[in-house]
Design a protein around this ligand. Structure first.
Ligand code: FPP
Length: 253
């Protein structure tokens, strides 16, 4: 069974879930935030190493101000409510994205939890907030260029300059809500990710469905461009490089 280490989730369908119940869209986000804690707990129990949740994209800034402000409030409420659980479960927490414009009290709560969990060795939990995948890649390129002017960048350099390099490549991306897109989420890290789209809207998503998806995807073959199942992308890339070198040496000698 291939091990799924890093799971990324696009938590979609909150607005439609609420509209179907004749409630305002923000009700869907409120119900959706309760599901977040259930899935974090389940990921931890399933032995997943990293969980990255898309809570607010750069594109979400175009939503009505009331909705944006609800999402900000929910983030703060979630952190206040879950802080002790995060510490007790040895979770290593981080928020990624362009978060400088968050309210100061939310920012300091984020910093506090990030610092308190810096040395935790449990689940790597990441919230992507005001996040965009292209912006993350550009940020990494610009950081590299300013520290290494004129030097050619490698894939390893770029990976190391992502917001959260220790989470590694994404093994599985789940999107709830029925749409089949990746919406500018973790573009670099998802190069070889398995993709799973479920029609379930996020407020109806459960730990039971999450577990079934993990089991289902764990039994898929992951070949990373090779002919047989591989341990991971890095192994496969190394093997491809070494095969290529021997092959070229053979035909050129
Ligand atoms: C997409 O649903 C969801 C979001 C834009 C936000 C996700 C946020 C949560 C799950 C709650 C916040 C939780 C925390 C802890 C920050 P949508 O509004 O696009 O739904 P739709 O596609 O039905 O319109």
């Amino acid at each position: 069974m291939a091990q799924i280490k890093h799971v990324a989730i696009i938590m979609d369908g909150n607005g439609r879930w609420a509209n179907q119940r004749f409630r305002p869209r923000i009700w869907g986000h409120v119900r959706g935030s309760a599901v977040v804690s259930e899935i974090v707990q389940s990921a931890d129990e399933l032995g997943i190493k990293a969980l990255t949740l898309y809570a607010f994209s750069t594109e979400n800034w175009s939503r009505p101000l009331e909705e944006v402000s609800t999402l900000f409030k929910l983030l703060k409420k979630f952190l206040q409510k879950e802080k002790q659980k995060i510490l007790a479960n040895n979770i290593k927490f981080k928020v990624i994205g362009d978060i400088q414009n968050l309210p100061v009290d939310t920012l300091s709560l984020i910093k506090e939890i990030e610092e308190l969990t810096e040395n935790s060795n449990g689940l790597n939990l990441t919230f992507a907030f005001s996040y965009g995948g292209r912006a993350e890649i550009l940020r990494a390129i610009n950081l590299f260029q300013s520290s290494h002017p004129g030097v050619e960048m490698t894939e390893a350099d770029l990976s190391s300059l992502m917001y959260r390099p220790e989470a590694g490549d994404v093994d599985l991306m789940i999107r709830t809500g029925g749409d089949q897109r990746i919406s500018n989420f973790l573009l670099w890290q998802m190069a070889y990710a398995e993709l799973y789209f479920t029609p379930t809207k996020w407020p109806d998503f459960t730990a039971g469905e999450f577990k079934k998806i993990i089991q289902n995807v764990s039994s898929r073959e992951r070949r990373f461009g090779n002919v047989s199942v591989q341990n991971g992308l890095v192994d496969s890339v190394e093997r491809a490089e070494s095969n290529k070198a021997s092959f070229l040496k053979g035909i050129n000698s």
